[in-house]
Design a binder for this molecule. Structure first.
Ligand code: 13P
Length: 252
């Protein structure tokens, strides 16, 4: 049975004190979650260790990082590697977020190398894909997403792919308040699953968790998560408010 997940990507928000308060508030408000569901908190790097210590004892709540560099160590000033992330006890790494692609030059090729480095460390990548508005307007969204998935994931073997979480995040829906409709989300998630069945096997495709991200909030989470191929959400803005985030978790 597919794992259901809600992950909160805090992006570049919260100071240390604010972040610790937010983790504690999330822990107070999230009960459970239910069997086969998982919550992943994804704060900035400097909060990872505190977050890992705070969630100890809550077996369904985990911690992830927002990015990593592809090399394990070396002269890469300002970067953080997968072994460093593992060393503080985080278990997940977001790779290929559209903000990394847009502002920090993460190419499909680099994203593939980052995924390799995350998997090599025994961590799980949360791989983001999604089209920009012009592609959606010209009905090219499936081509864009297929290309991103082929370049980032096709080189993996089946065992490796099973450790990947996919997040479909249409760029036009991120931080805009303009959510994809449940049908648009379902159509793309079904397309992704079908693509994975073609590239790997149907069994693997059926087991992969595919999250939706982009202006997901308490008011629309229920309808989005009710879609057959939507296995939860990658939440940006609403993850910075523990009431909103826990309300979204309840919709899983
Ligand atoms: P918003 O929920 O703020 O639209 O952000 C989504 C996102 O980018 C999560 O990674």
């Amino acid at each position: 049975m597919r794992q259901k997940i809600v992950a909160g990507n805090w992006k570049m928000n919260t100071t240390l004190d604010e972040g610790i308060i937010l983790v504690k508030e999330c822990l107070e408000r999230i009960d459970g979650p239910a069997d086969n569901t998982k919550v992943i908190l994804v704060p900035p790097f400097y909060l990872l260790k505190d977050a890992v210590l705070l969630v100890k004892g809550r077996s369904s709540i985990h911690v992830g990082a927002q990015n990593c560099y592809e090399a394990d160590s070396g002269a890469f000033t300002g970067e953080i590697s997968a072994p460093m992330i593992r060393s503080v006890g985080a278990e997940y790494v977001i790779v290929g977020h559209s903000e990394r692609r847009k502002y920090f030059g993460d190419t499909d090729e680099r994203i593939a190398r980052k995924i390799d480095s995350v998997l090599k460390e025994g961590l799980s990548p949360i791989f983001c894909c999604g089209e920009e508005l012009p592609a959606r307007q010209s009905d090219q969204q499936e081509n864009v997403v297929e290309n991103q998935i082929r370049k980032a994931l096709y080189h993996l073997n089946g065992d490796q792919l099973q450790r990947v979480i996919i997040a479909y995040e249409p760029v036009w829906a991120i931080g805009t308040g303009q959510t994809a409709s449940p049908q648009q989300a379902q159509d793309m998630h079904a397309f992704i699953r079908d693509l994975l069945a073609r590239l790997f096997t149907q069994e693997i495709a059926d087991e992969i968790t595919i999250l939706y991200g982009g202006s997901c909030k308490p008011s629309n989470a229920e309808e989005l998560f009710a879609q057959k191929d939507v296995d939860g959400g990658l939440i940006g803005g609403a993850s910075l408010n523990a009431n909103d985030f826990s309300a979204i978790v309840k919709e899983l």
